[in-house]
Design a protein around this ligand. Structure first.
Ligand code: GDP
Ligand code: MG
Ligand code: K
Length: 279
């Protein structure tokens, strides 16, 4: 028998606690994440003789480490490397929820997307092309109704399958020629630093440096290559921002939103109800 770790990540109100409770029942306890006042919930369940430890990460819209919650979720995924991150998505709000999804995938986390509140999506006539979404994201996607414990066996099946397989390919959002050039320059330097390589997905780290992410910068200051990375960033950013008249963080976020809009356009349809058709 083996022990696995499943981390739950999702926006606030996506049904994380409901899914956590449905999976773990009464085998759970509540504590605090070290050093912060953020609540930490942990539980476990047994399937096929194996134990799955479930970690309920704080509900967040992103992993930018702008808040304690985001920092806790992000550091946990980077440092503890759970076997699989189950990303709970509110099916009635896919566009908003996909920002976190895109962040998890860019990090290179091994992800399963649970389309939760699937019953509400159905009653709102929202049609989701699940296979299409899975193909674009490059990870398994399944519908769940956490409050009715629906989809949990399928989720556990997908969990074991994902946990036992190679890391999935991180999602690559194309940030455009100019930014991609800088990402490549930064990546070349990151690849020369073993300490960074073993901890971070190279491309993700390059993007975080470009975004001037304070938390990440703080964590990598101790590496010799840091000064070089800062230099590349500052020189390139100055050039690009004077070219665009906009800051690079805004341009990167725009590209992400564009990517997400494209996903939603291709995979989510909302049929009009009979009443709506009449008016
Ligand atoms: P959290 O903030 O992500 O932990 O979300 P909760 O688990 O607290 O759920 C938020 C609300 O959505 C609660 O009222 C739940 O009962 C409800 N909820 C959660 N999952 C589902 C679901 O699959 N279908 C429906 N209809 N409601 C759900
Ligand atoms: Mg909750
Ligand atoms: K609800």
């Amino acid at each position: 028998t083996k022990e696995y770790v499943l981390a739950l990540a999702g926006n606030p109100n996506s049904g994380k606690t409901s899914l956590f409770n449905s999976l773990t029942g009464s085998r759970q306890h509540v504590g605090n994440w070290p050093g912060v006042t953020v609540e930490k919930k942990e539980g476990s369940y047994v399937s096929g003789g194996n134990t799955i430890r479930v970690i309920d990460l704080p509900g967040t819209y992103s992993l930018g480490a702008l808040s304690e919650d985001e920092a806790v979720a992000r550091d946990y995924i980077i440092n503890e490397k759970p076997d699989v991150v189950v990303n709970i998505v509110d099916s009635t709000n896919i566009e908003r929820n996909m920002y976190l999804t895109s962040q998890l995938l860019e990090m290179g986390a091994k992800v399963i997307v649970a389309l939760n509140m699937y019953d509400e999506a159905k009653s709102k006539n929202i049609e989701i092309d699940i296979n299409g979404l899975s193909n674009i994201l490059g990870v398994p996607v399944l519908p769940t109704i956490a409050t009715k414990s629906q989809g949990l066996d399928e989720l556990t099946g997908l969990f074991f399958k994902a946990a036992g397989s190679e890391y999935n390919k991180p999602l690559i959002i194309n940030y455009g020629k100019e930014i991609e050039e800088v990402i490549n320059k930064l990546s070349d330097e990151i690849k020369n630093e073993a300490g960074l390589l073993e901890r971070y997905n190279t491309r993700w780290l390059a993007v975080k440096i470009l975004e001037d992410d304070a938390g990440i910068k703080n964590n990598i200051k101790k590496y010799k290559v840091y000064e070089k990375l800062e230099k590349i960033r500052n020189e390139s950013v100055k050039r690009l921002e004077s070219l665009w008249g906009d800051d690079i963080e805004a341009v990167i976020a725009e590209k992400r939103y564009g990517f997400i809009k494209g996903i939603v356009k291709e995979t989510v349809k909302r049929q009009m109800s009979a009443e709506e058709k009449l008016t």
